[in-house]
Design a protein around this ligand. Sequence first.
Ligand SMILES: Nc1ncnc2c1ncn2[C@@H]1O[C@H](COP(=O)(O)OP(=O)(O)OP(=O)(O)O)[C@@H](O)[C@H]1O
Length: 511
Amino acid sequence: MTLLSVEGMTKSFGGRRVLRDVSFTIGAGEIVGLVGTNGAGKSTLGDIVSGITPADAGTMTLLGHPYAPLSAQDACHLGVGVVEQLVTIDPELTVAQAVFRGTPQAGRQQSELREQARVLCREVDLDADPDDLVGELPHFVHPLVETARVLAEDTRLVVLDEVSAVLLPSEVTRLHAVAARLSRQGRGVLYISHRLPEMLEVVDRVLVLREGRIALDRPSASLDPVRLAGETVGGPVSLPVRRQPAALQSSRAEDAPLPAPARPARSDEVALQVRNLRVPGAVEGVDLVLRRGEVVGLTGHRTSGVREIAGALTGELPALSDEALLHGEPRLLTPSADVEALRLPAYRPDEDAYGVDPGETIARTLTDEPWGALTDLRKEIASLRRVIKTVHSLDVKTLSIRTSVGALSGGDQHKLALARWMASARDVVVLHEPARGLDVRARQQVRQLLDEATAHGTSVVVVSVDPDELADFCDRVGIVADGRVARWIDTGELAVDAVRERIVEAATAAA
Ligand SMILES: Nc1ncnc2c1ncn2[C@@H]1O[C@H](COP(=O)(O)OP(=O)(O)OP(=O)(O)O)[C@@H](O)[C@H]1O
C-alpha cells in the first residue's frame, strides 16, 4: 500500500532551483533512504513532506488522500512527523511533557501520561525517567525523545533528518531497531543520512537526489556504499586511502597559500606527551603521545570518559597528570601561577550553529580583515580572491559570496566554519566531529585540509563518534572505556574499511 506519493515537486530559493520535478513514493512499512551531496536539497524535500516549508509546485497524497500541510503542526495532525539532528526541546519540560507536547492531553491523568511515556521511552531504548527534565539529559538523546514523541503522535510517516550523524555505532544500532519497529507497525520512514554504510544496513530502498532531481530510485540490496557515493556525485569516487604520517614541511608565512603536501614521511618528534591524565570521576590514567603532524582519533561511549579527556586537553575541565609536555615544555592541565596551562584550541561543529554567524556573509566569514577599514585595494582584492578560491575548492553551493551563511545547507556551513578555523590552526589542536554531516566529496576536502595542516606540523586529536571519519582521517585510534584507553588501533596497517570494522567492533564491545 502506498503511504506517501510525491508528484512533480519543485522548489527554488532566491533564484536557485533546489528541487526540479521530484516524484517518488513511500510504501507502508517501508524505510526509504534519501541521500545526496551537501546542498542537494534533502532537508528541503524532508521539510516539504513534513510541512515546514511549502513547495512551489507539485502535489502529494497520504494514504490516497490529497496532502498539503500548511505547517509542521498540520503535518503532524495529518500523520507525518520529523525528527531532526539538532533538535531544540524546551529544557524545562519533563520527558513526559516533551513526549506528549504535540498531542491533546485534555482529560488525561498525569499518572497515565507518565506511565505511557515510560513505555514509549522503553520502545525507543531511552534510559530516562518520565519526570526527568529534558535539559538535564545529554543532548545526544534528544532525538530519541523526539522519536518517542513521534510514536505518541501516532505518526504514519517519520522523517529522520540526519539523526544518525551525531550517534555512536551502538546508538545507530538502537536507532535502526526503532526504525525497524516503526516499519513493522506499518509506518513509513524517510531516512536522510550521509553515513552511507550504516544507512544501507537498514533501508529497503534508496533515493538519490542529484541536481534537484531523483537520479536513482533503487532497492538497497543492489547497492554498496562506494557505488552509492558515486551515484550521489554523478561519477566515480575514489575510495578513501589510508592516511600516512605527514611529511613535514618548513613553516610558512601566516598568509602564504598552502602548497600541496609532499610525499608523506614519518616524524618522530613528539609534539604532546601526557602521562597518567586524570579527570576526577571520569578519566583514570590515560597516556597520550602525539607526534608532530600526527592525527590521533579518540572514540568511546558517552560515559567512557572520551569527552572528558578532550575537555582536560582544552582546559575546560580541571584535570591532573604526572607529566604534560608540549614540545618538551612542561604544562599543567589545571592552571597555576607558575606553569602555563595546556589549553589546546578546539573546534566543535555544533557550537553557535556550526561555529559561524548565520547572519554574516560568506565573504566576511572567510576573512579576518575589517573590510570597512581596508584602504589598500590590492589587499582587498587578494582577500576576495582567497574567499573565492576557498568557496570553489570546497564546492560551496551558492550564487554569490554575499549570500549569508545561514542560507547555505548545513554541510556547506560546516565546511566554511572548519576551513576558517583550520586556516589559523597551528601546533596541536582538538577537532570534534570534523566530518559531521558532510558528503563524500566534502569529507575528502576536509581530509585534504587535515593533510595540509599536518604536513605543516600541526598535530590533531580527532574526537568522533563516526567510524568512517576516524578510519579515514586518523593515524591511530584510541577506544576509550571506563576512563582509560582500552585499545589503540593503528590505521597504517590496514585498508580503511578494515579499520572501520575494527573500530565498530571495539567501540561496540567497549560500550
Ligand atoms: N531558507 C533558505 N533560504 C535560502 N536558501 C536555502 C534555504 N534553505 C535551503 N536553501 C538552499 O537550498 C539548497 C539545499 O539545501 P538543503 O539544506 O535542502 O540541502 P541538503 O541536501 O539537506 O544539504 P546538507 O546535506 O548539507 O544538509 C542549499 O543550496 C541551500 O543553500
